[in-house]
Ligand binder design. Structure first.
Ligand SMILES: Cc1cn([C@H]2C[C@H](O)[C@@H](COP(=O)(O)OP(=O)(O)OP(=O)(O)O)O2)c(=O)[nH]c1=O
Length: 194
């Protein structure tokens, strides 16, 4: 039995697609970014902390999975991480960074077992159309952006704002299916045991 250390309904749905038997647990970790911590190190650290917490708080499991998704605009020293929006003004600020441009969605996955922590990170390029003020108001009022990194959900109403992506669709939603199945296999955990 696997544990998914997550409260995200998207991650639950995605893990179900792998056909593996799992339970879920909400874990509470400090998500503060460290000073000078790069985005890829940050997202990986959070996934590992979620997996480790899940492992420590559970019994009778073969492994604990944790994942984290961040939206990153810019690169190098100019990179900015967009978290979840607190209000319309915050969301609008984020969408102005995304509008008419390309950004990166990073999702890290970690799998803690008795002996080892397996991990991976998937970066996907997402190309947004230019958003008008009225589209921003409309989208905010749908309620969809509230609990999502970058203030949008590609799998929902915001799908119409996205011209194309280069990378993994499931990673943008919150759990890269191919890479997660590879981690589970590496750890020697049986897939398709439902
Ligand atoms: C960019 C993007 C993010 N998201 C979601 C995925 C994540 O659930 C969320 C990013 O927040 P996370 O902190 O990665 O995850 P979470 O708080 O929802 O769940 P948990 O920590 O318990 O696992 O944003 C989408 O659903 N669609 C998208 O297109």
């Amino acid at each position: 039995m696997l544990l998914l250390a997550s409260q995200s309904p998207r991650r639950r749905e995605l893990l179900t697609q792998l056909g593996v038997k799992f339970t879920t647990l909400n874990v509470d970790i400090d998500e503060t970014q460290l000073i000078n911590e790069r985005s890829n190190d940050y997202v990986s650290r959070l996934a590992i902390e979620k997996a480790k917490q899940g492992w420590l708080q559970s019994h009778d499991i073969n492994g604990a999975l944790g994942a984290d998704t961040i939206v990153v605009v810019g690169s190098g020293n100019d990179e900015v991480i967009l978290g979840k929006p607190t209000d319309f003004q915050h969301a609008k600020y984020m969408w102005q960074q995304l509008s008419g441009k390309q950004h990166t969605v990073m999702t890290a996955v970690a799998l803690q077992t008795k002996t080892q922590c397996y991990q991976c990170m998937v970066a996907t390029q997402v190309y947004f159309k230019s958003l008008s003020e009225s589209e921003m108001h409309w989208y905010w009022n749908t309620g969809e952006p509230h609990d999502k990194a970058g203030g949008y959900g590609i799998q929902g109403l915001a799908g119409q704002f996205i011209k194309h992506i280069k990378g993994s669709y499931s990673a943008v939603v919150g759990l890269p299916l191919y890479e997660t199945s590879e981690l589970i296999k590496q750890a020697g955990i049986e897939l398709y045991e439902c």
